[in-house]
Design a protein around this ligand. Structure first.
Ligand code: MN
Ligand code: MN
Length: 297
């Protein structure tokens, strides 16, 4: 169950209305790295998790993310509040209202379509979608994805902080950014609290291929580093050692029933190309300057 407290998790002190800045803040309200996505990610993972400690952590953090959603949404609402009333009441000269809501960053959409309230869109108006959440129901995969999600959220907050001089907005954003660092730490700890967390899942990798590094892109810029050299790695450079690595002929085959075979042969007969043909085509007939070499018709 959920209960709601009237007080925000962090106090929002916005210096003055700024509809254009409000539109940018929507990135962390309804964007892919935003608070709604974070809350839904951890809430759905937590409901399904069998481990009591991890379940508790996921629901704690999901609930905190909803509280962050309330904070960032309140920042949007405060930044649009001045214009919202004047637009609803027609309380300003047309030209002044027009200038107020067309300061850029899609601020006119936020005012015209959403009435200045936080909408479930990102800073470019892209609708929020559950497709932002990539949970797969395996704790080592999902924790790794959560670590990445927290690190991305931290970076978007950092960029937003650099975009405003409003000290109150900066202060609240710094709190939200800091909490994403704390969440990343919790998820890192939870991942390594699972013994044998790598590789994910139950099946081991094939020993023949698990330590090989295939240098498939060759030329100037080839670089050796801990990701492809040292005792953990076998560096495979020869082209012939990178092809049909199983020792087979490198072709794709399948065993078919006689009827299936007959049908596929009919298809290939019907669609066979003739290497000896040189047909006249529309490109030849219509050829003008710049067409390159064409057949003389
Ligand atoms: Mn958050
Ligand atoms: Mn977070």
């Amino acid at each position: 169950m959920f209960m709601h407290n009237k007080r925000l998790m962090y106090t929002v002190r916005v210096s003055e209305p700024n509809p254009a800045l409000a539109s940018l803040m929507l990135e962390q309200f309804g964007g892919p790295q935003g608070e709604l996505a974070a809350a839904m990610r951890y809430f759905t993972q937590g409901i399904a998790d069998e481990d009591p400690g991890r379940k508790d952590m996921l629901i704690d953090i999901a609930t905190e993310e909803l509280s962050h959603l309330e904070v960032i949404g309140s920042i949007v609402a405060m930044l649009t509040k001045g214009t919202k009333g004047k637009l609803a009441e027609g309380a300003d000269a047309t030209a002044d209202l027009y200038a107020n809501i067309t300061q850029g960053n899609g601020s006119h959409t936020l005012q015209l379509l959403y009435g200045g309230g936080p909408a479930l869109v990102n800073s470019a108006g892209q609708l929020w979608t559950a497709g932002y959440i990539d949970s797969i129901g395996d704790p080592t995969c999902d924790l790794r994805s959560n670590i990445a999600a927290e690190s991305r959220a931290k970076i978007v907050y950092e960029r937003l902080i650099n975009l405003t001089d409003d000290p109150g907005v900066k202060d609240a954003l710094t709190f939200l950014m800091t909490r994403e660092i704390a969440h990343q730490k919790s998820f890192e700890k939870a991942l390594y609290a699972i013994e044998n967390n790598f590789p994910p899942g139950k099946l081991p990798g094939h020993p023949e291929y698990v330590n090989k590094y295939y240098n498939m892109s060759q030329g100037p810029g080839d670089t050796r580093g801990p990701w492809n050299q040292g005792e953990q790695w076998e560096f495979v450079e020869q082209r012939h050692d990178q092809q049909a690595v199983d020792g087979g002929d490198g072709n794709a085959t399948v065993r078919l029933a006689a009827a299936e075979m007959a049908a596929i042969e009919k298809v290939s007969q019907r669609t066979m190309s003739r290497p000896d043909a040189n047909p006249t085509t529309g490109a030849d007939l219509g050829a003008g300057p710049g067409a390159g070499k064409v057949k003389q018709v």
